[in-house]
Design a protein around this ligand. Structure first.
Ligand code: ZN
Length: 147
């Protein structure tokens, strides 16, 4: 359980230091439009093909970026394909649902393993205490007692 919590903490820490990914706004007609977001110290990534791994760490730099041809083409492509986004959203919802089911199954397995570890630890502790008290017991004698 402790290892599970540690891994979860590491994942959460990694997410908290990762830059946000830029999401365009939507105007009154349902079209994607550029709107400069608030950019904090983590910076921001843009999903357009021009420089996918580039982190923009200031409003000025990001303002310059959204003026480039590749970014404008990306925004145009988003608007042309927006009808497909609903279908993609539905697919993503299905994936999330199945991932949640898998996580729940893993959680149940983890709890079962945790209980098994607790049980075995208790058994081991009892066994060690018995060995300390009765050190003269031979394992061969134990077999005869158990029979
Ligand atoms: Zn871009």
């Amino acid at each position: 359980m402790i290892i599970y919590k540690t891994i979860l903490t590491i994942i959460i820490m990694d997410i908290s230091i990762m830059p946000d990914t830029y999401q365009p706004s939507i105007d009154g007609n349902g079209n994607y439009i550029d709107k400069i977001p608030i950019i904090d110290s983590k910076g921001i990534l843009c999903s357009c093909a021009s420089r996918k791994d580039k982190i923009y760490n200031s409003v000025n730099k990001f303002s310059q970026h959204i003026k480039c041809k590749k970014h404008k083409e990306w925004l145009d492509a988003l608007n042309k394909n927006k009808a497909n986004h609903y279908i993609e959203l539905e697919k993503c919802k299905e994936i999330v649902k199945s991932q949640q089911q898998i996580l729940t199954q893993y959680e149940i397995k983890m709890q079962q393993k945790d209980l098994t570890i607790q049980y075995l630890t208790n058994q081991l502790t009892k066994h060690e205490k018995n060995n300390i008290i009765d050190t003269d017991v031979d394992l061969l004698d134990l077999n005869s007692i158990l029979d």
